[in-house]
Write a protein that binds this ligand. Structure first.
Ligand code: GLN
Ligand code: ZN
Length: 757
């Protein structure tokens, strides 16, 4: 257990909350996908995983970090691992723990993550407000938490054999249960939290096992404490850590929190509990230090200060952070410098990038560099505050564009307002799609070849035009009303625009795990944003030239451009969103000038960026709405502005939807039985809505009868003149055979319902 030092210079150590698992060259992805295809054996997969774990620890050691975490690895997701560890397996699966061999263990484990014949996978959802997805455990009174696995112990032992004494990282019981959902078989009103005492009992056993294996400290992650839901649970928090603290033979406990401040109440509870160390995120918002002051410091409880931003790619301002830590030093006897959260959310190594502008590179740090920063801050503080300031002393560069700033300043209030009276489509139940059509293997291959320089641009573009011809002809033949060009030229709905905007950079190797083996490469929004030239006009006008029907222009909205990128933090997100909004406004104007009468600005991520705490949500919605309106309010009343969102449980966002003032909003609705349509109808919504009439996330072809039934349900709630008919998202992940049949059935269903109006 940690001891309480009385010397005047506190003992300062360094650590990180967690590290990326996918490997510097996405080795885990390759090995896993090979394993699923049958080209990699279980033994080979395990060997890759062991190498990756060892490599991560070596990197952290090399970075100079004092205290290394373990059990941060996962084959798919840490929440899933926790469910498996405690035997919390829904009845449609067989528990991996009971498997007779490794092969069978992995089969059962991956079945929970990816589904298998007759057993759909666990639901996947976003990990707080990050782009990482976890698997949602399904609990009921029929499951009994008990320790059946030894992953944390095994990974501790494995690290020790390689010479590292590590701190096993576990998801805390409160966070685990509050992120779980009640299984369908659970009685009405039953909550996973009812399993708390049993689960804590199982954790007790795990702590004992870890102590027996030689672990002296364990990390329990409780990020739920940064949400309203977690903040309301201080009684449970107190109970959990009093009980765990009572275990006689146990490692010391670090309860770590992140993604926001936890409030003085939770801090008081933790300070008064047997917990030896508390981790606070001192980056995400400023309240962490205030909370520490409110509880008069942590005293002999060690503070693990998350001052190195764990989920963004900017380098730490070392002098400013040292000054900040100086204040914090007075609030604790023992201090560890850490990252604000696990480094899972950033790419691994900046050294793997060679295409970045040197000035931009000078502002960046990826996981490895962030670990070095934590180590450096720890060393600087241990040597006393007046030791020479470390770091190269170079200022973090900024990238301002006075022209963009002047343009924004000159905008009047009318820039975000459209006239109340608009043109109408003049038809009930207008049919359309969300934008993308299937991305065929041929297209993907051609894009890759073009990127490698093996396919000349003219040939690549000729291929794209051929694809557009085919998509337009198909839509005409099916009888859709408002057509799309199909987005064949886009690799990704954010990256495509980031590559063309000033102020944005893309990386070659900046992969971050999104879920399972799936990785994304978020672009970096580093400076003032502007649009040097039109980005989509050529493709859209080409498509329009092939048909007499209207073709819809397709853009990605400001909030989504921010949500799926690493964004500068030297100015409020609101200001950055306005700049993106202005660049899009130029694109919208060019599309309109080129004769395009329907323009869709996708805001797939509007709800995703919603702050975790309610008190911050309105301010967010205000700027989110304003940036969208800035992008879309420059058009004539006869131009139809569309937007699209990939979900239908809008909750607090529903006011935001109205405020966007788009003429047509398409949403996912197929799986929620038109609830949003009903809500909007009841509110007297005055614009149009396009509830997704079938689910594109499955290859299943909906029958015309089925779509007709959904439409009839919708017509009951909203005037048919305000209803559009469309699938619930883009079609890029589907195949042509099913898309063709589904769209035919959709058009047929709209025709039937229209005939009865
Ligand atoms: N226009 C995009 C598409 O159809 C929208 C994608 C999305 O909503 N995620 O692919
Ligand atoms: Zn969508």
């Amino acid at each position: 257990m940690s001891s309480n030092t009385t010397s005047s210079v506190p003992s300062v150590r360094s650590t990180v909350h967690g590290y990326p698992r996918i490997g510097p060259r996405r080795e885990l992805k390759r090995a896993e996908e090979g394993y699923w295809d049958g080209t990699v054996t279980a033994r080979e997969l395990d060997a890759v995983a062991a190498d990756l774990r060892a490599g991560a620890l070596d990197q952290l050691r090399e970075a100079g970090v004092d205290d290394l975490p373990s059990n941060t690895f996962s084959f798919y997701d840490g929440v899933l691992d926790t469910a498996v560890l405690f035997d919390l397996v829904p009845s449609r699966f067989t528990s991996p723990a009971a498997a007779e061999d490794r092969q069978e263990y992995l089969r059962r484990y991956f079945a929970m993550a990816r589904g298998e014949q007759g057993a759909p996978p666990l639901e996947m959802t976003k990990w707080f407000d990050t782009n990482y997805h976890y698997l949602v455990p399904e609990l009921s009174p029929n499951v009994r938490p008990r320790l059946v696995g030894d992953k944390p112990v095994a990974e501790f032992r494995e690290a020790r054999a390689a010479g590292h004494h590590t701190r096993p990282v576990l998801i805390g019981p409160l966070t685990f249960l509050l992120l779980s959902k009640a299984a369908e078989e659970a009685p009405e009103g039953w909550q996973p939290l009812e399993l708390l005492d049993q689960l804590v009992e199982a954790y007790t056993q795990l702590l004992g096992d870890l102590a027996a294996a030689g672990a002296t400290e364990v990390q329990l992650d409780e990020p739920i404490l940064a949400t309203d839901e977690g903040r309301a649970r201080s009684a449970e928090l107190e109970r959990v850590y009093r009980n765990l603290g009572g275990v006689t033979e146990r490692p010391s406990m670090l309860v770590s929190t992140y993604f926001g401040s936890i409030g003085a109440e939770a801090l008081r509870v933790l300070k008064g509990s047997p917990v030896e160390a508390v981790g606070l995120d001192l980056v995400t918002d400023d309240e962490g230090v205030e909370d520490l002051v409110k509880v008069s410091g942590l005293g002999s409880t060690r503070l693990v200060a998350g001052v190195v931003e764990g989920r963004n790619v900017w380098r730490t301002d070392v002098p400013a952070t040292l000054a900040r830590l100086g204040t914090v030093l007075g609030l604790t006897d023992e201090l560890t410098v850490s990252t604000s959260c696990s480094l899972l959310h950033v790419p691994i190594d900046l050294d793997a990038e060679n295409g970045l502008d040197p000035k931009l590179r000078g502002a960046l740090a990826f996981a490895k560099q962030k670990a070095e920063e934590a180590a450096l801050l720890g060393r600087a503080l241990s040597q006393g505050t007046d030791a020479e300031k470390p770091g190269d002393g170079a200022e973090i560069p900024t990238f301002t564009d006075t022209r963009v700033r002047a343009r924004l300043e000159a905008l009047g209030p009318d820039a975000t307002r459209r006239p109340e009276e608009r043109g109408t489509s003049g038809r009930s139940l207008t049919t359309t799609t969300i934008g993308s059509f299937p991305q065929t293997p041929e297209l993907r291959r051609a894009r890759a070849a073009h990127r490698r320089g093996e396919l000349p641009t003219e040939e690549y573009e000729a291929l794209l035009r051929k694809e557009i011809d085919r998509v337009i002809a198909l839509q005409e033949e099916i009888g859709l009303d408002v057509l799309v060009h199909g987005e064949p030229e886009r690799n990704d709905m954010v990256q495509y625009f980031a590559e063309q905007l000033e102020g944005y950079a893309t990386t070659q190797n900046g992969w971050v795990q999104s879920y399972g083996s799936r990785c994304v490469r978020p672009p970096i929004l580093y400076g003032d944003v502007s649009r040097p030239e039109p980005m989509t006009v050529e493709w859209i006008t080409y498509a329009q030239s092939r048909t007499d029907k209207p073709v819809k222009g397709m853009l990605t909205g400001p909030v989504t451009m921010l949500a799926w990128s690493f964004v500068r933090t030297d100015q409020p997100l609101a200001d950055t969103a306005r700049q993106v909004g202005l660049a899009l406004r130029d694109e919208v104007a060019d599309l309109e000038r080129a004769g395009i009468r329907h323009i869709q600005v996708d805001e797939a991520a509007l709800r995703e960026l919603l702050p975790l705490r309610e008190e911050q949500q309105q301010a967010y919605l205000d700027w989110a709405v304003e940036s969208f309106r800035l992008a879309t309010s420059g058009v004539a009343p006869t131009t139809t502005i569309h937007t699209h969102m990939c979900y239908s449980e809008f909750g607090t966002v529903v006011d935001g939807i109205e405020a966007l003032d788009a003429d047509v909003t398409s949403v996912e609705a197929a799986r929620s039985r038109m609830e949003l349509v009903r809500d909007l109808g009841e509110r007297g919504y005055r614009r149009s809505i396009g509830p997704g009439v079938y689910d594109i996330h499955s290859p299943r072809v909906p029958s015309a009868d089925e779509v007709e039934a959904s439409l009839r349900l919708a017509v009951d709630h909203v005037d048919a003149g305000h209803l559009w008919v469309n699938p619930d998202c883009g079609l890029k992940t589907r195949g042509y055979t099913e898309v063709e049949q589904s769209l035919r059935n959709m058009v047929e269903a709209a025709r039937r319902v229209r005939a009865d109006l």
